[in-house]
Design a protein. Sequence first.
Length: 353
Amino acid sequence: MKPQLSALFLIGRLFSPLYSLVMVLRAFLYRKNILLKSQRLPVPVISIGNLTLGGTGKTPMVRYVTRLLLDQGLRPAIVSRGYGGKAAGKVNIVSDGVSILLSPEMAGDEPFMLAEALPGVPVLTGPERALVARQAIREFGVKLIVMDDGFQHLAVRRDLDLVLFSARTLLGNGRVFPGGELREPLSALGRAHGFVITGVDSDNRVSVENSKRWLQGILPEIPVFSGEYLPAGIWHSRQGKACTLVEARRLPVFAFAGIANPDSFRQTLRQEGFSLAGFKEFKDHHGYTGQDVSALVSAALAHGAQALVTTEKDFVKLRPFFGEFPILALTIELHMEQSFDLFMAGQFVDRSQ
């Protein structure tokens, strides 16, 4: 954890009990439909979210789950808040399932990524997700809603709540914001139907197994699954230019990332055998400019790098600035245990029409 964040959490501990109380009261009011109303949609809703601040791999999980649903013959739509996107409508259609209608700048990087990765699946954003979901159902005839980052969005009732944890950070310091990384007290986990620990690798496998046992101990009725990220390929900024993982590993590269946990990307590159000449961190959802790209190219050249390398999420926002200097993106896929696939198949097996 960064020293500045540790200092902030130390000061914030004084206010954590108050924030915890507010979040518990909020959940109670939604559950009882007192002052805060929770709507039931006419189709099943799967929420993919987390208890902690920062990245837990929600976007890869949304992609993975949506593909599972498609394989079962279901017709899902993805509904997202569209954080970081400039589209300000009550409902913004990123993709109608046929064409992508908004740019990454307007849609937000994650909804745009999902729209590109999942042809045939409508992707919509907006602040009031019940309204967004109802339009998806009405306009596109979808039979199921996948709600991105929905665990705290209690205004929509869900049929399946998946809560994700990062294998690298798990529960952080175990304290509620502003004294720690938790968005809600641990008691909120009782709302979940399944837990998923993402980003498992050889370095953290033992701690992940310990965390699994702990979760199963406190909530034995809720299944716990795990998944790992594996490299899927390389995107290249020069359209039509092919580059394999083997070729990319041979190049000295200057890496950068504007994601919630940029250090996780740096570790992934090292684990995959990339030759890192340098690394630059940006804030999550950073909006890149031509000046940013020029500075990155200059830094890469100064460090003897032959290419820049970044994440899929960052890459989609860089297209207006592609030039002669190569920019690569390491694409990754989430691989889940077979038990998770069987669990998901059992949830909606009778809803394929």
